[in-house]
Design a protein around this ligand. Structure first.
Ligand code: G6P
Length: 614
């Protein structure tokens, strides 16, 4: 969480870092700050609120300078307030730090530094970094390079950081360092950038270096140096970002979320592109080639992830069992990491993560590796930590997802899981050629069916209006549609703050049915599949208790029209692929509900897109 960005070069750094911050706001948006070196002195400002509030505060200040760092915060230690906003400075107000991560031992450090006479002005863990960096400067009257002081400080830190530091006494440089929180460096023409994510950089350069854990970078107008925390110089490859700034802009849509829902068909096409061989009814996954033989011997698959990615994993479990006949399970990464998991070399652990940086998923990956399991990442963000640390994996290529509520990534993750299941199923001869061909054909045709559903946007908006007065919702689904019910309910609560519970419809009688009355509507996933009749029975039970029902059903299903209050039809497809279609109306329903309520769809309260702290 939190976004940092820094710039050093020939241009005025202020608009560059402020624009960068706006692109990182999805990471946190409760306070913001900036510090700039204008060639003679340090200027800084910070405030509770969004980057727009920061811009307003400095709008009448004619600041100009070629070096700046900035921060957008998602509070962990200390409430969102002006004084807790970053940057944080040392006692002498010479050293300024912006930080993403958590200094776990900050209380101890703070007490020790207070005894030495340091005075703290905020409640944050980050402030100890500024004072720790100040320490070597206080201990000697001779010159000290800022990077050496930062190295010295980081030796005392337990926890995670992606940070950037500047100093009035050593002003022509930004020192950036990483452990556990992402940092990417941009190499422009006579200018260098550092940021939590490529979205803040891509407008200026596509040439980037991904900083790894325990690495540090020194950015000056003359160039970029990278070394490890023992100060050994490192040569690192320069990567190229393969998308451009338009992917990180709204492109005519009112919100990123809406744009990203409408990018669902393209997201599916992109994850499938070049990976389906229709004539062999199989998928071809370059990222799994190196572990092909190991995969063949795997006896069990465990999928682990957080949030929306976890719900995709629940569907993946069915895919692996049905298509590849491999025992599979899915577990929250936050549970898996502390569960003393019984996994070993005979298991494959699949990590699903849009950002590739979610702290719990990353730790689950490390735990799985410790036990000798084969680890596979399904990750959207190229170069991210989970992608790098997994033994093998596949990228989603869904492009940046900026709306906090995940939408196109979910669709892309289902596509990726299907590809892996197909790969395993054919590799293990568990599905015949004709069935493989059928899957491949249907997958290829899905984007067009998704477009058909997206045309119902206005119709779904009207339904959102109709149900707007309700504050509680039950979402029901069974088998493949059960995780869709969970995800649909998550979308609604995340952005509209309506209470929504996703439930396996078979479990309805074991509790939730007690909630049903005319004020507690149910959204039922009632597509034509092997459990359709069971769902119809649930619908009857709800009706008998005067519950209102909005159903997502298969086009042509006239029977359902007579049973429920409202229906959104989706096209017919194979039942295991139906979630890729049925989630779209639920995403749009949540979007319109939040929007009609006048809420900030892209930046819902208390949430952040990339949860890099535990
Ligand atoms: C946060 C986001 C969710 C996301 C989850 C997992 O909670 O708000 O949208 O599903 O993290 O993120 P990941 O990047 O690992 O998929």
């Amino acid at each position: 969480m939190c976004g940092i960005v820094g710039y050093v070069g020939k241009r005025n750094a202020l608009p560059i870092v402020l624009e960068g911050l706006k692109r990182l706001e999805y990471r946190g948006y409760d306070s913001a700050g900036v510090v700039l070196w204008d060639g003679e002195e340090i200027k800084f400002e910070k405030t509770a609120g969004r980057v727009a509030a920061l811009e307003k505060k400095i709008s009448n200040k004619p600041w100009q300078g070629n070096l700046a760092i900035a921060h957008t915060r998602w509070a962990t230690h200390g409430k969102p307030s002006d004084r807790n906003a970053h940057p944080h400075a040392d006692c002498a107000q010479k050293i300024y730090v912006v930080h993403n991560g958590i200094v776990e031992n900050y209380l101890e450090i703070r007490e020790a530094l207070t005894r030495e006479g340091h005075v703290f002005k905020s409640d944050t863990d980050t402030e100890v970094l500024a004072h720790l960096i100040e320490r070597p400067f206080l201990a000697t009257s001779g010159p000290i390079a800022l990077e050496d002081a930062v190295l010295d400080a980081l030796r005392h830190v337990v926890g995670t950081f992606g940070l950037a530091v500047i100093s009035k006494d050593d002003p022509q440089k930004i020192v950036a360092a990483r452990r556990g929180s992402p940092l990417i460096l941009g190499l422009g023409d006579g200018e260098y950038l550092a940021a939590s994510d490529a979205a803040a950089i891509v407008e200026h350069t596509k040439n980037v270096i991904y900083l790894h854990d325990n690495e540090m970078a020194l950015l000056t107008p003359q160039g970029l140096k990278i070394f490890n925390l023992s100060k050994k110089t490192l040569e690192k490859p320069v990567d190229t970002i393969n998308w451009d700034i338009s992917a990180a802009q709204k492109g005519g849509f009112a919100h990123f979320m809406k744009k990203e829902i409408f990018e669902g068909p393209a997201a599916l096409e992109n994850v499938l592109r070049g990976r389906l061989l229709e004539k062999d009814g199989v998928s071809k996954l370059g990222g799994l080639e190196s572990v092909r033989d190991k995969l063949l011997n795997v006896k069990r698959i465990l999928i682990t992830a957080c949030g929306t990615s976890y719900y995709a994993g629940l569907i993946g479990k069915y895919y692996f069992e049905e298509i590849a006949k491999v025992p599979a399970s899915a577990e929250y990464a936050s549970e898996f990491r502390y569960s003393n998991p019984v996994v070993d070399e005979s298991a494959a652990v699949i990590l699903i993560s849009q950002s590739g940086e979610t702290a719990d998923t990353l730790e689950a990956l490390r735990e799985a590796k410790k036990h000798g399991a084969l680890t596979l990442g399904i990750v959207n963000a190229v170069g991210s930590t989970i992608a790098r640390e997994s033994d093998a994996g596949i990228y989603n290529h869904a492009g940046p997802e900026i709306g906090v509520a995940s939408t196109k990534a979910f669709i892309s993750q289902l596509g990726a899981l299907m590809l892996v299941a197909l790969f395993l199923g054919r590799q293990r001869s568990k599905i015949p050629l004709n069935l493989g061909e059928k899957f491949v054909k249907e997958l290829k045709g899905l984007p067009a069916k998704m477009e058909w559903i997206l045309k119902k946007d206005e119709e779904i908006k009207k339904l959102a209006k109709k149900y707007l007065k309700h504050k509680n919702f039950l979402y029901l689904g069974r088998k493949y549609q059960f995780p869709v019910a969970l995800e649909g309910a998550l979308k609604l609560k995340e952005i509209s703050y309506r209470h929504a519970e996703g439930y396996a419809s078979g479990e309805m009688k074991h509790g939730p049915i007690a909630l049903i009355d005319e004020n507690f509507p149910t959204i039922v996933l009632a597509t034509k599949d092997m459990v359709y009749e069971k769902i119809i029975s649930n619908i009857e039970e709800i009706k008998a208790r005067s519950g209102k029902i909005l159903a997502v059903a298969t086009e042509g299903d006239d029977r359902i029209l007579k049973l429920v209050d409202d229906v959104i039809f989706i096209p017919q497809t194979l039942e295991m692929l139906a979630p890729i279609l049925s989630i779209i109306p639920l995403q749009l329903f949540a979007y319109h509900t939040a929007n009609l309520l006048g809420l900030d769809v892209d930046k819902p309260r208390n949430l952040a897109k990339s949860v890099t702290v535990e």
